[in-house]
Design a protein around this ligand. Structure first.
Ligand code: FPP
Length: 251
């Protein structure tokens, strides 16, 4: 039996979580790869390598838990200032992940999405990404959204530019611009709002991640470095989410 046919609520209950209080959209800031490697006097790239394994684990676990959408901050628009060999390694890892994970994404019925300034990615990574995006386009069980060369302010700026272009062309009047108009011009227009943001490595910053989508999200900071993150700390973060009372501005 493939995971696609498994019943998420059975798994959710089995791991001690409440199926009626699960987040639909989880977004994760994967932090601490460098620190994990440094603690072992290894090159930072080994932290990223281990981090990619955790991406696999958490993606599969999210499917089992019945999460609708998992957004992972894999590379920020600010990460381009890192040493070139680290950037090259991250791009290689991404390429290998996209090729190596395709069978699992298909088996688990996961659709890949990518958000960010994708034109900045190297051409070979772009090509692999495009292939994986189209190969998984009809999958329905979960969306794995990778934030690549992503910056929240860039996303909002791009949306403003696109809307301004439509205004200039006379297709929409300024007073007709609503929150829905902005939502429709985001990188993933149909994505639901984020319910839960998890950040590893004990950090308590949002770092330009999904400012529009995570406006009402619950934020959980986890001590584990990303390469040490896994199923148990993920369940603990979800349990923490389930203790929160979400009021969305009401009383
Ligand atoms: C933050 O750790 C992590 C990143 C900048 C990259 C995240 C990449 C991965 C988890 C691996 C590859 C991803 C995929 C999707 C295959 P850091 O380097 O900032 O750690 P530090 O703050 O301890 O230095």
């Amino acid at each position: 039996m493939t995971l696609t046919h498994a019943k998420p609520h059975v798994h959710v209950r089995a791991v001690g979580l409440d199926p009626t209080r699960m987040p639909r959209h989880v977004a994760i800031i994967m932090d601490g790869n460098g620190r994990w490697a440094k603690a072992r006097t290894w090159d930072r790239t080994r932290g990223h390598q281990q981090g990619a394994e955790v991406v696999r684990t958490i993606t599969t676990e999210s499917v089992k838990l019945g999460i609708d959408r998992l957004t992972l901050f894999a590379f920020s628009s600010e990460n381009w200032i890192r040493p070139q060999h680290e950037i090259d390694f991250l791009m290689l890892l991404l390429d290998q992940f996209l090729v190596g994970e395709l069978p699992t994404l298909m088996e688990n019925d996961v659709r890949l999405e990518a958000i960010g300034s994708l034109h900045r990615l190297p051409a070979n990574v772009r090509a692999t990404l495009d292939h994986t995006l189209s190969a998984t386009a009809d999958n329905r069980t979960m969306v794995l959204s990778l934030a690549l060369s992503y910056g929240g302010r860039d996303e909002l700026t791009d949306a403003c530019r696109a809307i301004a272009t439509e205004v200039a062309a006379g297709r929409i009047a300024p007073h007709e611009i609503t929150q829905e108009t902005i939502q429709a011009h985001l990188y993933a227009p149909r994505a639901e709002d984020v319910d839960l943001v998890i950040r590893t490595a004990g950090e308590q910053r949002l770092s330009n991640f999904l400012p529009w989508q995570a406006t009402y999200a619950e934020y959980v900071s986890v001590e584990a470095l990303w390469p040490d993150f896994g199923v148990a700390p993920y369940h603990a973060a979800l349990a923490e989410f389930q203790t929160r009372e979400r009021r969305f501005g009401g009383v």
